[in-house]
Design a protein around this ligand. Structure first.
Ligand code: CUA
Length: 295
């Protein structure tokens, strides 16, 4: 299409400039008045018609190729939600966690190189659009309806993508990181992702984790590997390894300080934006037990 458009541009603008110079009004020349030219009119009706029809046919053919997810090596279910992407890996043994569920991720999508990967798109709330420009076309994720596309990367590496449908205030932050691995490397990644997910899913800290993920905490904080993907507050993925948090107001980070902090953040740091949710002692205890495993 680009080549055809360049040819048309050169022909049309070339003719225009040529005629403008050659037939311009100047002393000794009189403008020739005429009306209609059957051949030319036929030419500029028939040629564009043929071109537009061919472009439509080509586009439809390409669309069929883009929509054909058959022969895909794996299917990942990708769900858009305000404002992150949840990647649900296939329900295959190699992605199975110790608690019987399957590997999930947020924002980052890991796939092997040279494999056709079927992306099954859905949305939890509003319309989002999945787009990794260097890898393929974009497709909307529509609430209440599954849409499909497929991607295939020819080279290992990290590719950046972005939600392409305005979906609210966090739209600009709704990024996608596509990581393409060599086959060996992919196996290694799955192992480490499973280890990490199993740690995050430890049954011993289940109550605290579920409280945390159900409370508004996730609106502000990110914990990689979970659905918590807020951007307003600090990232808590490695909170238990930190020397201090809340700008030094909570130091050192241990059971006692975290408990006091969550009970009443303003008591430790009057200017903090973290609200006091007046959680029960039990809730705070459970959440702290979970946070302490985030090393
Ligand atoms: Cu999701 Cu824009």
């Amino acid at each position: 299409m680009f080549v055809a458009a360049i040819v048309v541009l050169v022909l049309v603008d070339g003719g225009l400039i040529y005629a403008g110079i050659k037939f311009r009004d100047r002393p000794g020349h009189t403008a020739q008045q005429f009306h209609g030219h059957n051949f030319l009119e036929l030419l500029w009706t028939v040629v564009p018609t043929i071109m537009v029809i061919s472009f439509s046919v080509l586009s439809f053919q390409k669309l069929n190729v883009m929509n054909d997810t058959s022969g895909a090596g794996m299917t990942v279910n990708v769900q858009g939600q305000q404002w992150t992407w949840i990647m649900n890996y296939p329900k295959e043994d190699r992605f199975k966690l110790t608690d019987g569920t399957f590997l999930r991720g947020a924002q980052e999508l890991h796939i092997p190189v040279n494999m056709k990967v079927h992306i099954q798109l859905s949305s939890k709330d509003v319309i989002h659009s999945f787009w990794v420009p260097n890898i393929g076309g974009k497709k909307d994720a529509v609430p209440g309806r599954a849409t499909d596309l497929w991607i295939q990367a020819d080279r290992p590496g990290t590719y950046k993508g972005q939600c392409f449908e305005f979906c609210g205030t966090g739209h600009a932050d709704m990024l996608i990181t596509l990581v393409v691995h060599t086959p060996d490397d992919y196996g290694t990644w799955i192992k480490s992702a499973l280890t990490e997910a199993n740690r995050l899913n430890d049954p011993a800290t289940k109550t605290g984790r579920e409280s945390f993920l159900a409370l508004p905490c996730t609106g502000c904080h990110t914990v990689l590997g979970t659905t918590a993907a807020g951007k307003v507050g600090p990232d808590l993925t490695h909170i238990a390894s930190k020397k201090s948090i809340a700008g030094g107001a909570v130091s050192p980070v241990n059971e006692d300080t975290l408990t006091r902090w969550i009970h009443d953040p303003q008591a430790l740091k009057p200017t903090t934006q973290m609200p006091n949710y007046h959680l029960s002692d039990q809730q705070v205890h459970d959440i702290v037990q979970w946070l302490l495993t985030l090393k």
